[in-house]
Design a protein around this ligand. Structure first.
Ligand code: TRP
Ligand code: ZN
Length: 876
């Protein structure tokens, strides 16, 4: 259910105080039952220093059964209880500084649709404690700087729940009466309660092992729903690759004898790094080539790596308080991005990171919920698992890596672990370790942790013909907001490449450190003005104001060594036409653009990279670069530009499509298979605009989905074809959707794709389609993946109808959010994102969106999750 109404006071970073008590050991006995699970918690507690504070434990939605101090029952006049806190006044506590507290509580997992604390996913029990879910399991000091060793005895029916899992090592097990059994687990590493986990159920188990660099054998176990064993192989290989990579890159070994992963269908987020027992959204575990796309495979590997890497960056060294979340998340995202870049194409991986950042994080940082990567004020912590904390947080670590270099970065990591292993620390602690190990002054760099908003860098160039001196002047400013009146100049690494006009001179690469409001650099030795390729590898999360003409952009596309810059110049060129078309639908488009596209298509490079070059900026990427966005005009501009390219380059698109198609059967590396499909499907997306090529869509759909040779079936190709049908509402669309549903109706994760496809249909009957989908027997708002695949996909991937002039798209979203507010506030709060960013749109749309926000704000039982966002959006 929604958060309690009594707890509506925000918390501030500035108010942090160490706890008055620590908990050294936790002994849990959990007797599982669908509607009434019993939790007995025995805590050994120690008062810190000689204060006279009361002991205040967090607890929500718990039924207190009994309470005893040093084995003496407490009567109800010896403690106070409200909806969120159990208070034991100093007068009820013993004089000695150490004491034990025994608490028995009851909870109802079946009714727990918020999926925080102990809940049921299908037939299995499982838990989610980060950030503050443990307080829904038992009364506790639910804060990350309270670290204890946990021993957990799980009791449940033996036939229904043959596997009983928790953190650490199995130390005991046995049978009990009434067909019950128990397993006891002990985790030797002290940890905050947010890393606690429990799972009970019947699963298929994939087993393997890993031998660490120092020769210890670690058992690897992946638990999946019965019948899915073959789909866990890719996750297992990904885990082994991650373990090896962390040893080789950072010298970090795994520390327990067992590492377990459980895949569940009901989960609010991607996955959770509980010590020794990760719980995953099944979407980030299960894959085979028939039912998963290439990007599913990529994402599974990345999320497995992310959670594994948390064992050091998050678990062994954890956060002092939740304001420090980016300490573990930004760093761990950086680590998983580096891993992915090494496992695949580093150029394409980087481009995809940047696309996500620019399309989503920039919008968040410009909206009402903008916050520094280390937030300063929080009402509902779940609202701060954001693109800013994760993705911008990773960019901040990457800048540090760029500024000090790979070797000193490694020295800094070593020092960080040497200093802080087993502790709960701050972002400042991390930066100080990096500074001490590298000798670099990072005091100004720390501002990245306290300032919000995307900095804007203005670029000015001049060239003096007599002296051949090229001068580059950069100025920076961060946005001023109500919460941020006086932003300071940041320390920003700017990597550039100067491309000489004459071919004899190699490009000159430089790392500039911009740390003032305005700075100039001079370069000599050029004959004629060089062309500037700015922000190589996207060396900083900033926006550029830099008027580069088409000739310069084309030069960069051809001659820059840095692949990111080559791609980015192409995107900038495309974006300039999108902007012009959004303003004037008849804006003429030049032949040179077609020539540039043809050149890309026929170049010999990595096809996955070419696919990225050919892809237009997404609606969101384009919107984040514009003001007062007219969404319909923008969506029409994107369509118009695609049509122009499809028309003008049809021969070359078809030739590339066919070349990729032919090589399908002769892939020499897994990457070339992925790359071929990526390019082929970008070509298909263009070709499907033109009626004469639409038969290709049908052909590809059938080949990939309905093939006599099942080995030939492929979800990437199948979905790509369907997406074309949905986007252009092709004649075969409805038949294909029915066929796909019939084929996959028993496969949950594929049905999520089907719902998302339906929600993306570009057709005037979309709202009646959405109503039919809501009533579909497989639709349920209680399953977060399903809710996101219908509601999220409509709001994010169908801009033409989400933003339609009648406001029906906005109404649809707000109506579903109102229902989700009662069921699962975390999911409701994530899905509201496109509405709270209303200020980036033109006034007529703002008005319609705002009206929905006002309606939502008036809901009875409004959760803190939504309240925090609505208040921010409407007071902005
Ligand atoms: N720590 C998790 C991660 O990075 C995030 C997470 C998983 C989470 N489940 C959650 C955060 C539920 C809040 C609520 O990868
Ligand atoms: Zn994480």
């Amino acid at each position: 259910m929604s958060s309690t109404l009594t707890d509506t006071a925000p918390r501030f970073l500035a108010d942090y105080r160490p706890a008055d008590f620590t908990i050294n050991t936790v002994d849990l006995t959990i007797n599982l039952d669908d509607t009434c699970s019993q939790v007995i918690s025995e805590l050994t507690i120690k008062r810190q220093g000689d204060n006279q504070q009361a002991l205040q434990l967090n607890g929500e939605q718990l039924t207190l059964v009994s309470l005893a101090l040093d084995n003496h029952a407490l009567s109800n006049d010896q403690y106070q209880l409200n909806d969120t806190i159990l208070t034991i006044p100093a007068s009820s506590l013993p004089d000695n500084e150490n004491f034990t507290l025994s608490i028995t509580t009851e909870i109802n997992p079946q009714e727990n649709t918020a999926l925080e604390g102990l809940f049921k996913s299908g037939d299995a029990f499982c838990t989610q404690c980060e950030a503050e879910g443990f307080r829904r399991i038992s009364y506790y000091l639910d804060r990350p700087d309270v670290m204890a060793t946990f021993t957990t005895k799980v009791i449940a029916d033996k036939s229904l729940y043959p596997y009983l899992l928790s953190n650490g090592n199995k130390v005991d097990s046995g049978d009990l009466t009434d067909n019950k059994h128990f397993v006891t687990w002990h985790d030797p590493y002290p940890k905050p309660c947010y890393l606690f986990a429990l799972v009970a159920g019947d699963f298929d188990l994939l087993e393997n092992s890993f031998t660490t660099a120092s020769g210890r054998e670690v058992a690897l176990e992946i638990f999946v729903d019965k019948g899915n064993l073959a789909k866990a192989k890719h996750a297992m290989v990904s885990l082994q690759k991650s373990m090896k990579w962390d040893e080789e890159t950072f010298g970090l070994e795994y520390d327990l004898d067992i590492y377990m992963i459980v895949a569940v269908d009901f989960f609010n987020m991607g996955a959770m790094e509980n010590k020794g027992l990760n719980v995953f959204n099944s979407k980030y575990v299960l894959a085979d080539s028939q039912c998963a796309t290439d990007s599913d495979y990529f994402n599974i590997e990345a999320v497995i790596a992310h959670e594994y890497f948390h064992n050091w960056t998050g678990n062994r060294v954890t956060c002092r308080d939740w304001f420090q979340l980016s300490l573990k998340e930004g760093l761990t995202v950086f680590r998983d991005q580096q891993f992915s870049a090494q496992m695949h194409s580093s150029a394409v991986t980087r481009i995809q990171n940047v696309r996500l950042l620019r399309s989503q994080q920039f919008a968040e940082d410009a909206g009402p919920m903008a916050h520094p990567i280390r937030p300063e004020k929080v009402l509902e912590m779940n609202n701060f698992y954001t693109l800013t904390v994760y993705e911008k947080g990773s960019e901040v670590i990457r800048m540090l890596h760029t500024l000090i270099g790979v070797e000193k970065f490694r020295k800094g990591m070593d020092l960080y672990f040497a200093r802080f292993d087993g502790m709960a620390v701050t972002c400042d602690d991390f930066i100080n370790a990096m500074s001490d190990a590298s000798g670099k002054d990072l005091s100004q760099f720390k501002l990245w942790y306290s300032q919000s908003g995307t900095p804007v860098i203005k670029v000015q160039e001049s060239f003096e013909q007599q002296t051949n001196i090229y001068t580059l002047t950069l100025s920076q400013h961060s946005p001023v907001t109500k919460k941020q009146q006086d932003p300071q100049a940041l320390h920003i690494p700017i990597k550039i490449e100067l491309i000489s006009g004459n071919n004899d001179k190699a490009n000159q690469s430089e790392l500039l450190e911009l740390n003032q409001a305005e700075q100039s650099w001079q370069f000599s030795g050029f004959i004629g003005k060089p062309t500037l390729a700015m922000l190589c590898d996207f060396s900083a999360p900033v926006k550029l104001v830099f008027e580069q003409n088409d000739v310069d952009l084309l030069t960069i596309m051809k001659k820059a060594n840095n692949s990111f810059c080559r791609w980015d110049a192409g995107q900038k060129l495309l974006m300039s036409y999108v902007q012009q078309l959004a303003f004037d639908t008849e804006h003429p488009l030049p032949k040179e653009l077609l020539m540039a596209i043809n050149e890309m298509l026929t170049s010999a490079g990595d096809r996955a990279f070419i696919a990225e070059q050919l892809s237009l900026p997404s609606f969101d990427e384009a919107a984040s670069l514009m003001v007062d966005v007219e969404p319909i005009a923008l969506s029409n501009a994107l369509s118009k530009l695609s049509s122009f390219i499809a028309q003008g380059c049809q021969q070359e698109l078809l030739a590339s499509y066919e070349a990729c198609q032919q090589e399908r059967s002769t892939n020499d590396t897994p990457h070339s298979g992925v790359a071929n499909r990526a390019l082929k499907n970008v070509c298909l997306a263009y070709l499907s605009i033109l009626p004469k090529y639409q038969a290709l869509v049908t052909e590809q759909y059938q080949h990939a989905t309905d093939n006599e040779d099942i080995e030939q079936e492929n979800m990437t190709d199948s979905l790509a074809a369907l997406t074309c049908s949905a986007k252009h509402n092709l004649a075969d669309l409805n038949q294909q959707l029915q066929h796909f549903e019939k084929k996959w109706h028993q496969t949950t994760l594929v049905m999520d794709k089907w719902f998302a496809l339906n929600a993306g249909v570009v057709s005037d009957d979309i709202f009646s389609r959405l109503d039919t989908l809501l009533a579909h027997q497989q639709f349920s708002l209680n399953n977060p993946n399903r809710a996101r695949s219908l509601i999220g996909a409509f709001a994010m991937n169908n801009p033409k109808y989400f933003h339609c002039q009648t406001g029906r798209g906005y109404q649809f979203l707000s109506k579903q959010i109102a229902k989700l507010n009662e069921i699962n506030p975390q999911v409701a709060s994530r899905l509201i994102t496109p509405l709270i960013q209303y200020k980036s749109f033109a006034p007529a749309h703002q008005k319609l969106m705002k009206a929905e926000l006002v309606n939502l704000q008036a809901l009875a039982n409004l959760s803190n999750d939504l309240k925090e966002k609505l208040d921010a959006a409407l007071s902005d």
